[in-house]
Write a protein that binds this ligand. Structure first.
Ligand code: DLZ
Length: 160
C-alpha cells in the first residue's frame, strides 16, 4: 500500500538540475479537462520554478488521450523541444475501452521513447474512478503534473 500513498508532488529539490534554457512541449487531452487542466497547471508551475521560461513552454491540446501519441510525435519531430510531456486522464467505464486506450497510449508513448530523440514523459492518469483522478491532480496524493515536470527536467538535462 505504501506506493499507492506516494505523494506525486514530493521530491528532493536538490536532485533537480537547473532547467534554464530548456524548451518543453506539453500535449494535453481535452477529455476530463478539469483533471488535465490541473495536471497542466502543476507541470507548468514546476517547470517555471526550476528555471524554464514561460515562453519556452509550448502547450497543444488534443481531443482525447489516444491522440497524445500523435501530438507527442509532432513535438518530438519538430526539433524545437528538449522534452515532451503528455498529459491525459482515462477513467474506467463499463466497457473494455479503458483497457484499449490505456494500452494503446502507453505502447505509443513507449515507442516514441524507444526512438531516443527527446524524452516523452508519461503524464497519463489511468483511474478506476473520478475520485482517484482528483486525488492525483492536486488532491491528497499531490499532482502528477509536478512529477512529470521534474522527470522532464531530469531526463532532458541528464543527457545533454
Ligand atoms: C472515447 C473516450 C472515452 C470513452 N474515454 C476517454 C477517457 O476517459 N479519457 C480520454 O482521454 N479519452 C477518452 N476517450 C477518447 C479517446 O481517447 C479518443 O480521443 C477517441 O477514441 C478518438 O480517437
Amino acid at each position: 500500500m505504501a506506493s499507492a500513498l506516494h505523494n506525486l508532488s514530493d521530491y528532493d529539490i536538490n536532485s533537480v538540475p537547473d532547467a534554464t534554457g530548456l524548451a518543453v512541449g506539453i500535449v494535453v487531452s481535452e477529455w476530463n479537462d478539469k483533471i488535465t487542466g490541473a495536471l497542466l497547471e502543476g507541470a507548468v508551475r514546476t517547470l517555471v520554478k526550476h528555471g524554464v521560461r514561460e515562453e519556452d513552454i509550448t502547450v497543444k491540446t488534443v481531443p482525447g488521450s489516444f491522440e497524445l501519441i500523435y501530438g507527442s510525435a509532432r513535438f518530438m519531430n519538430s526539433d524545437q523541444v528538449d522534452a515532451v510531456i503528455a498529459i491525459g486522464c482515462v477513467i474506467r467505464g463499463d466497457t473494455p475501452h479503458f483497457d484499449y486506450i490505456c494500452q494503446g497510449v502507453t505502447q505509443g508513448l513507449a515507442d516514441l521513447n524507444r526512438q531516443g530523440k527527446v524524452p516523452v514523459i508519461y503524464g497519463l492518469l489511468t483511474c478506476n474512478t473520478l475520485e482517484q483522478a482528483e486525488q492525483r491532480c492536486g488532491g491528497m496524493l499531490g499532482n502528477k503534473g509536478d512529477e512529470c515536470a521534474v522527470t522532464a527536467i531530469k531526463m532532458a538535462k541528464g543527457w545533454v
